[in-house]
Design a protein around this ligand. Sequence first.
Ligand code: 3UK
Length: 573
Amino acid sequence: MDLLPSAHVDSFARDRLPAADRWPELRFDLDELRYPERLNCAAYLLDRAIARFGADRRCLIGASDKGTSDKGTSDKHGAPGIWTYGDLDRRSDQIAHVLTAELGVVPGNRVLVCGPNSPWTVACWFGVLKAGGVVVTVVPLLRSEEIATVAEIAQVSVALCAPGCDEQAAKAGVPAMRVVTFGGTGPEDLVERCAQAPQQEFEAVQTSQDDVAMIAFTSGTTGRPKGCLHFHRDVLAIADTFGKHVLKAGPDDVFAGSPPLGFTFGLGGLVIFPLHVGASTVLLERGSPEALLGAIAEHGVSVLFTAPTAYRAMLAMLESDKPDDDGEDESKGEGESNGDTRLRTLRRCVSAGEALPAETWRAWHAATGVKIIDGIGATELLHIFISAADDDIRPGSTGRPVPGWQAAILDADGNPVPDGEPGLLAVRGPIGCRYLADERQGTYVRHGWNYTGDTYIRDEDGYFWYQARSDDMIISSGYNIAGPEVENALLRHPSVLEAGVIGMPDPDRGQLVTAFVVLAAEVPTGEATVKELQEFVKARIAPYKYPRSVHFVPALPRTNTGKLQRFKLRDLL
Ligand code: 3UK
């Protein structure tokens, strides 16, 4: 692996890349994936948008919990709730000044950024990169021990934390890590320091395209978190593959969504894609389903990023809260138009993180007229690599490889599995898994491919159908049963709000298909409902797959990135 000369003074990240023979094959099949050798992705994104559209163009819209923005008024630091591209450029320059001149950051140092989805969190991300630092992003709900682990693995020297996160970071007790708040009070606060910092431009460090830009930690449900090393060019590659060829957003789009910026799904969807096309993005501190619905109507959101559960929750709210005049007639444009007038600006909806059941896809289409773009992505590969949009969509399928990416169904030895049969999903493209000094590199990368850990089927038309996480396949009486298939069958029953299905150890069958179900309000939790759900599943999928054991629970355990934690379901019994 020949790397370009690095601009990093501190070579920590490059020194901990996996050995060349442990990398997956990288492919740069599209012309747009050839980037200049010297590339600072933060400066590139801002300079390009400003050159094309001017500094006064609207960029970030900070919105409070209720989904309402400060609308041109000032936030408590004198920064307007709406930031232009020029504002973001200037403030990230100031942050870079403070980092380098006051906090001793040199190119290659790791700087942790921990805050809610907000303009200042984005400014920190850009400031660190302009200063040549490596951004370590984490979701704001991390506890002190988790922050300590991340700080130790990535050898973080400075942590930029919003109020709330700073306490956890301070409690982490990492002596080498200096904690600085942003958006708090006092002269030490980053926002205050920026106001005092030199107001001249900061000359962004001319990093190389393969210098490490960020370390994204896997939201892994078990075990020690893995740090994924991503280069400056990788940040642009997600916009030039999924962004350009599937999402196809434009400068007049308004983005919004729920995933945290510390999760690469959120970083791409709410920062990289909008800024890459000169669009604006609504940053909701809490992206609850209510807040999302409110933001769509208030800001005229046209591009939405969230997870399947949030689409279901919003559907339930739309259903229970139909406006008196549903405006059917006025909202009908030519052909495809939104059913609910509150959502009439919505044009593109993206779902990722978990499989999107066909049922949810159809219900959303019926309610809004929008065809959800499902896409599978991973922290290791930064963003989405299999997806489909518009008329290419087959509901229930994830789609086909995104241009620039290849995907195959292989066995553990790297041999292809015939179409129509389940096997391991393997992908390769411009971005590959590169764990920071971690033995598990050899599990994710084998035979030159990235093995995502998912079991998939490819059909004869080249569409990829999700089955289950490979280690979540249930084996009962010799049958292979994919938990999500049983979950999807249950979800089609009107009484079922959420469902999680796992195999529980069983002396006779090896494993017993066991369902955990969240019922809609007022549905009785008795034996009659259990029987009804079992019969319902048997009538829809192969009867041997039905859940022999059904438990009603108030909620399902989820990660703070919205993923069902199947391993925790066991503990509910
Ligand atoms: C699962 C899906 C079926 C799958 C992510 C978009 O989820 C993201 O990254 P993570 O590292 O998890 C990766 C794993 O999540 N998964 C994600 N999307 C889908 N399964 N259908 C889907 N559409 O098991 C995958 O291996 O948390 C998603 C963009 C960036 C991301 N980091």
